[in-house]
Write a protein that binds this ligand. Structure first.
Ligand SMILES: O=NC(=O)[C@@H](O)[C@H](O)[C@H](O)CO
Ligand SMILES: [Co+2]
Length: 408
């Protein structure tokens, strides 16, 4: 079998997506997700200008060789753009291989290790009442695990608070990439946040009880000692995880956090190769790990998850709406097959996105399942995609009160 075409489709239903669609000489097609929120065109160009010419004529069954060829022939190693592009090719080739085999992708990954994939949804609120309503709404939607994000007194716009994003003219539910020519500036104050957050979880536990798995995303904003303090302050509320508690380019920084708190830590959604995690995993500095299929696709993610399994670390694959239904489906096939599954993030894509992408995965009673269609079980309607041309959209950034730029 040979690859005859590879189309890079940039489409913006609800939000921007980059999809690679590979077609073989036997008429089989496969799709891959190369969406990198706020830098979509960089991946689209990397694919169209530097990768697609290398794919034409290759045997699509040679997935490992194609991965190694794209990774090593680029000479320049790693990075979010390169690894998102390689991920798009890799997932499309796995889609083709599974279709050729006439089975859902998870069967090629070792078959099902569970009956369903525990999902968590994003509840948020500007105040306690709005937060409680959002948690109740997610419980009614069937979620059995819930991420809690709230406003902070004295801060105007905080990541992950849907109503606040809308008040700022954004659409949080399509991931806070504002359709504006330049990134929007938001404000931040870590001490105000550290004072406020334990009171939020105290209120949530009093209202919803001790059982409901609760998650929180620190979104890279604290120093290690601040993260250590928050982890300790949240221990009474028994979180499923505290995510991205501190920027982790310096992986050793997590040693300090670990020494002070037993709150489980999830890190990794902005990483893109196993090397970003190596110390975190080897020294058991994280518990449930979160990474998108941008970490080089199924081939690389499987190796990463198997490495993590040796250190009793479970998966927590990234699943916001800036991961397209294609990337989501890839995550679900992995989630179903691996033994060290932890949890799967699942925001629900918008109605226009569901017009462009047909998918066979299901969400019932709090559990996701990739479905049993041959391949990934997702496809892109190219005509529908053409109706939604790319629109520049950027994630916001933070500045502190004194004007210093800060992690968002
Ligand atoms: O845990 N989920 C997250 O942190 C996401 O909401 C990220 O802010 C977006 O995917 C960035 O594009
Ligand atoms: Co996150």
């Amino acid at each position: 079998m040979k690859i005859v075409t590879a189309d890079v489709i940039v489409s913006s239903p609800d939000r921007n997506f980059v999809t690679l669609r590979i077609t073989t000489d036997e008429g089989l097609t496969g799709v891959g997700d190369g969406t990198l929120n706020g830098r979509e065109l960089a991946v689209a160009s990397y694919l169209a200008d530097h990768v697609v010419p290398l794919l034409i004529g290759r045997d699509p069954h040679r997935i490992e060789d194609t991965w190694q060829f794209l990774y090593r022939s680029a000479y320049w190693r790693r990075g979010p753009v390169t690894m998102a592009a390689i991920a798009a090719v890799d997932v499309a080739l796995w889609d083709i291989k599974a279709k050729a085999a006439g089975m859902p992708l998870y069967q090629l990954l070792g078959g099902a290790s569970r009956t369903g994939i525990m999902a968590y949804g994003h509840a948020s609120g500007r105040d306690t009442q709005e937060l409680f309503d959002s948690i109740r709404k997610h419980l009614e939607l069937g979620y059995r695990s819930i991420r809690v994000q709230t406003s902070v007194p004295g801060i105007n716009a905080v990541y992950g608070v849907a109503a606040q994003a809308e008040a700022y003219g954004g659409r949080y539910d399509y991931e806070p990439a504002r359709r504006t020519p330049l990134p929007a500036e938001e404000d931040w104050d870590t001490r105000a946040y550290l004072r406020h957050l334990p009171t939020v979880f105290e209120a949530v536990r009093n209202e919803f009880g001790p059982e409901l798995p609760l998650l929180h995303d620190g979104h890279h904003r604290m120093t290690p000692i601040q993260a250590a303090r928050l982890g300790k302050d949240l221990e009474p509320y028994d979180l499923f995880w505290l995510e991205d508690c501190t920027p982790a380019e310096n992986q050793e920084a997590l040693r300090l956090v670990r020494q002070h708190t037993t709150t489980p830590l999830a890190i990794g959604e902005i990483f893109n190769t196993v090397w970003d995690y190596q110390t975190l995993i080897r020294e058991q500095l994280i518990d449930v790990r979160s990474a998108v299929t941008h970490t080089g696709g199924i081939t690389a993610m499987r190796k990463l998850l198997d490495f993590a399994a040796q250190y009793q670390i479970k998966s927590g694959i990234h699943g916001p709406t800036d991961i397209s239904p294609v990337g989501m489906a890839a995550a679900l096939h992995l989630d179903l097959a691996i033994h060290n599954f932890g949890i799967q993030e699942y925001m629900q894509h918008g109605p226009l996105t569901n017009e462009v992408f047909s998918q066979s995965f299901t969400f019932e009673n709090g559990y996701l399942h990739p479905g049993d269609e041959p391949g990934l079980g997702v496809d892109i309607d190219v005509e529908a995609a053409a109706r939604f041309p790319y629109q520049p959209a950027y994630l916001p950034f933070n500045r502190l009160k004194d004007g210093t730029v800060h992690d968002w």
